[in-house]
Design a binder for this molecule. Sequence first.
Ligand code: GAL
Length: 426
Amino acid sequence: MNPMNRLAAVVSLAAVLPFGSQAAESQGAVEVVHYWTSGGEAKSVDVLKKIIEKDGFVWRDGAVAGGGGAAAMTVLKTRAVSGNPPSAAQIKGPDIQEWGRLGLLTSIDEVAKANDWDNLLPRQVSDSMKYDGHYVAVPVNIHRINWLWLNPQVLKKAGVTELPTTLEQLYAAGDKLKAAGFIAIAHGGQAWQDTTIFENLLLSIMGADGFRKSFIDMDPATLTGAQMTAVFSALRRLQAYLDPDGSGQDWNLETAKVINGKAGMQIMGDWAKSEWTAAGKTAGSDYACVPFPGSQGAYSYTVDSLAMFKPSSNNDTPANTAARNDLARVALEPEFQYVFNQNKGSIPVIKGLDMSRFDSCAQASAKDFATAEQAGTLAPSMAFNMSTSQAVQGAVFDVVTQFMNDRNADPSQEGARLLAAIKATQ
Ligand code: GAL
């Protein structure tokens, strides 16, 4: 049984034995399960909390530490199973549909209609926020994944004179950084971080088309082809540049190594920028961002969104509904979009905001998004839940992690492993 089916079985059992934990209260409250716990990300959530409180509601923080959200999803499943869901949770992409199918999400059409979400949001995004034609989630941002973050002072000390735009240049920069005694690429050895690198290499080598064939169509010929061997070979090569002390490390602790000059680069989505911002650093001078080498022109992304849960009977009060609707409304208000995304490192998800209020990396991101949208080179991230179910994502994580851990594994065999692991989930 795949994890979602297992969840379905337990949830239907829980429906027979419901219980809620919080007594109804007169002041409406929202509880939001999320995993934005790094310094910069916590600041971003705080923006939302303050607005909700200013609007007269109680904010209950459901933060669960753990980058990429696997731990938060485990907590969420347990809570759903015990009939005690939060008001909202950070759930993305196809998973929204899975939770919708389980009958656990609630419609926020009323708020969406009143605020014209259909016209405010890019079509691709609004479609994925709906289950069965009804809005059940609100998006808050667009995060780009195919980024490389660099500390120019460190590069200079190591004699790297140009920002890498090809994989060969990336390896050459890595060699110089290592020779000068720096960590070349700050990286935490966790499955989702390893897969971030794998996914970026795949985009670089196969382009957006190959990316979609791999992670949306799960096309056997693409998954097992010669280019996939090239991706795993590149992963092996890149591995030589990763932080030797990175085993199990959180992504933000690795970002800190680039910020404080111990490491030269990091391959990470633009939530990494939240740490630079929180440290008071300026894009373009204190740090640089370039598209992951070789993936210029393509744009892999994830859309953070808050899915709204049907309340347990104890929490089902008009005041709590008002609080939930306020959360949904505020999330797409321009002022929130500006401040939240400036802190979070992402770009606004609503159309037409003034990007001159953002730093140079966010401006480049918005421009590249628009270009990729036109060119048809947007790539919904697999590692960040935009293209597959959690079960398929988990299968890819396992193959990538095993490959990274087994230095003798043969890159030419990995495509077949990937295909078998994905098939086993279906
Ligand atoms: C992603 C999420 C980002 C960021 C990152 C690291 O899944 O979209 O907002 O939190 O994980 O935890």
